[in-house]
Design a protein. Structure first.
Ligand SMILES: Cc1ncc(COP(=O)(O)O)c(C=O)c1O
Length: 444
């Protein structure tokens, strides 16, 4: 018999040890990257189940492989739960992740060379929203990129003018680093003014939409894409949803989307992920989850107020959702150095461009942080105040560092600053306070 019942630690000590270390790291730090979260043990159980052994190319009850009678039921359940939760007539749960899901929408509804309009990466958009030159969305489509105002907000009147000027076939609305609410109705009017398809990419805010703390795009857009692993708190995956409006516009839209996912872009779905999505959707269809989503937003508000109270600048002046972007142009330090210092202090975030950033993308002027994961641990307003104060303390500690003017000196400089930071008594002192706080709020 080739298979064995041996557990990981008897087979691969190296990987087992690294997983254990990562588990401990996730426990001992404040995970504040806004696209991350902690899934439930039930979601993890499904991810690690025997479903990973199965092949099921095709869709429920129309597979290219035998032995799918249970997989069919699992996928049917996932689809039914998503339809109910988001109020949509058609759902595809097979996209491997958010990027292939967005690609599938473009391939379903557009021809190569058609015009798409999406938010610039540096303004908070995603690579798949038409980022030029280096991504499929910027290479195979004519990409019109919109920007935010100096204060970081989207100017809807300007968006309409840009759409009328550039006549896109599809407009994508959704972001990775935008702290404000989307006005879906205004975007619909813009899309209608030029006859464009409207795609809402709610990857970041899906959980907030379910919790009723962000308006749903469903009444206004044609297609909704969401990843399942951010505020939705499911496994790494994605869903594509066609709305009533989308079906009215093109009765074959659901079929086109499904064909673009399989066989257009993908082969067999990851059935273990499908099951985990179904479980996450069940967990999200509860009052407890709705309360969680509300708390995520409340926490972000308190954290943003604490940071501004400490004299820090946030893009758009604050937040309405789960995340915020701190702008270090007033201090002059780069985001990389702050991000490393925060990690030394046990607070994990990511460096990020700010709108109209004068610095290059690898040394941007900001950081992005959010509250989904720490709220999953049960932290509330009181903890946000502590965390905000620590973050401000860390920033003060490193605000004097300046990136060298000469490009060739930058990497060495940042490298040596990082080494210094890991020896900083002040930062390590904060890390031990963070660890104490984390102990009171266990991870799922
Ligand atoms: C708005 C948005 N769309 C798409 C994606 C892509 O998702 P994935 O990383 O799963 O490919 C992301 C991921 O960060 C995102 O934030």
């Amino acid at each position: 018999m080739i298979t064995t019942t041996k557990k990981l630690h008897t087979i691969d000590l190296q990987i087992e040890k690294l997983i254990k270390l990562e588990e401990k790291r996730q426990r001992d730090v404040l995970e504040m990257i806004p696209s991350e979260n902690y899934v439930s043990p039930a979601v993890r159980e499904a991810m690690g189940s025997v479903l990973t052994n199965k092949y099921s190319e095709g869709y429920p009850h129309k597979r290219y492989y035998q032995g799918n009678r249970f997989i069919d039921q699992i996928e049917d359940i996932a689809i039914a739960r998503a339809k109910k939760l988001f109020g949509v007539p058609h759902v595809n749960v097979q996209p491997y992740s958010g990027s292939p899901a967005n690609s599938a929408v473009y391939f379903a509804l557009l021809k190569a060379g058609d015009t798409i309009m999406g938010l610039k990466l540096s303004a908070g958009g995603h690579l798949t929203h038409g980022h030029p030159t280096i991504t499929f969305s910027g290479k195979y489509f004519r990409s019109i990129q919109y920007d935010v105002e100096e204060d970081g907000t989207i100017n809807l009147a300007k968006m309409k003018d840009l759409a009328v000027m550039s006549n896109p076939r599809l407009i994508v609305v959704g972001t990775t680093a935008y702290p404000r609410i989307f006005d879906w109705k205004a975007w619909r009017e813009t899309a209608d003014a030029v006859g464009a398809f409207l795609l809402a990419d709610i990857s970041h805010i899906a959980g907030l939409v379910i919790g009723g703390v962000h308006p749903s795009p469903v009444p206004y857009v044609d297609v909704v894409m969401t990843t399942t692993h951010k505020t939705l708190r499911g496994p790494r995956g994605a869903m594509l949803m066609v709305t009533q409006r989308g079906l009215k516009k093109d009765p074959d839209m659901a079929g086109k989307i499904d064909k673009a996912v399989f066989p257009g872009l993908q082969g067999g779905p990851h059935d273990n992920v499908t099951a985990a999505i179904a479980i996450a959707l069940k967990e999200a269809d509860t009052l407890t989850f709705k309360a969680y989503a509300k708390q995520v937003v409340k926490n972000a508000k308190v954290l943003s107020e604490t940071l501004t109270g400490e004299g820090l600048t946030l893009t758009t002046g604050g937040t309405d959702n789960h995340l915020m972007v701190v702008d270090f142009r007033p201090q002059g330090v780069v985001g990389n150095i702050v991000a490393e210092a925060l990690e030394v202090a046990g607070i994990v975030i990511n460096y990020n461009a700010v709108p109209h950033d004068p610095n290059p993308p690898f040394y941007p002027s900001g950081i992005r942080l959010g509250t989904p994961a720490i709220t999953t641990r049960g932290m509330k307003e009181k903890e946000m105040k502590h965390i905000g104060t620590w973050i401000a303390e860390v920033i003060r500690e490193v605000a004097h560092y300046r990136l060298p003017q000469a490009k060739e000196d930058r990497s060495k400089f940042v490298g040596s600053v990082k080494k210094e930071l890991w020896r900083s008594k002040n930062l390590l002192g904060i890390a031990s306070q963070v660890k104490k706080l984390c102990k009171q709020f266990p991870v799922p």
